[in-house]
Design a protein around this ligand. Sequence first.
Ligand SMILES: NC(=O)c1ccc[n+]([C@@H]2O[C@H](COP(=O)([O-])OP(=O)(O)OC[C@H]3O[C@@H](n4cnc5c(N)ncnc54)[C@H](O)[C@@H]3O)[C@@H](O)[C@H]2O)c1
Length: 335
Amino acid sequence: MGKKLKAAILGFGGMGHVHAAAYAGQKDVELVACCDIDPAQFERKNVELNFGSSGNSDAKVLKKYLCYEDMVREEAGNLDFVDIALPSDLHCEYAIRAMEDGFNVLCEKPMALTSRDAKKMIAASKRTGKLLMIAQCLRFNETFLAVKKVCDSGKYGKLLRLCAHRVSKQPGGWFRDVARSGGALMDLHLHDIDFIQFMLGVPDELVCFGVPVSSGGIDDSVTTYIYRNGPVVTAEGSWARCGWSCGMTVIFEKATLEMKGDDLFLYDHKTGKTGPLKYRKPKHNHYFNEIAAFAAGVKKGVTPPSATPESTCESIRLIETELKSALAGGKRVKL
Ligand SMILES: NC(=O)c1ccc[n+]([C@@H]2O[C@H](COP(=O)([O-])OP(=O)(O)OC[C@H]3O[C@@H](n4cnc5c(N)ncnc54)[C@H](O)[C@@H]3O)[C@@H](O)[C@H]2O)c1
């Protein structure tokens, strides 16, 4: 098994706490430090996010820093990676700084607010030789991966249509400023297009209709992705709903697969029967899995192939294209 790697969380708010809880039980890495400009964050055992509780973590056992520079001064040479859970507009700047300061970087999504910045992060990773992985968590979600496995198997015939949705109320604070969060399109809906392109590749064209709600950006949208000779794919994302809901429905020639939470149901078109699809139920949540995958990658010296920075950068480009389409009133745009 070898020595455990050491990691620190930069940005100890909602997702910082989610990540901290997900270090418990990791075999390749231990969390040793956390950094946040707001010391009140260190006192919180758990935090409520739009999708639920962060789970418990205890900052008492961690070294605590109130600014990144102090953490670098103390921890250079000690940390194997920095786990960034800062507001989205800071991802590019701090990911590049951390790589230049000698750390591998696991960074929350969105990779950056523009593909231009995402490319700068890739260039910094190449220049410094440090690994960079973006925590696009659905790529590590065993329920979503089970859907991908069914699609790849071809067992139920050709994939005809896929629809995904991810909706909630709008989070508060900096999320309400499009310049910091990118709005629901970049912040929330990104999860689904990232998984769709991970599963089916980049579409040929897309059409997006969206409306602003309160961030100043597109906070409620529906997009159709056009795959020439492929399935009809739609995804809906919103920060203008009464509560949290997400899921995916996949219609094949012979059956329909529906996701409800961690459960998958199959509807057989011929027999009319519906029943649960058996798959290996998640032992850990996707946050645990993405940290485990990155730690294993750092040990081997390679970014996990299922979440290369080049591929997560493509998702940012897709969101930019959706924005372009929505701002043009639902114009069909080529990728
Ligand atoms: N993968 C997911 O499911 C998921 C869910 C929610 C949020 N996110 C992403 O996680 C990131 C963080 O979101 P959040 O909900 O935790 O936000 P948050 O506001 O709760 O936490 C951000 C923290 O960063 C701290 N911070 C700000 N500037 C700092 C600096 N210069 N140095 C150190 N600390 C600083 C803030 O004080 C705050 O505690 C965002 O990019 C968001 O899109 C991902």
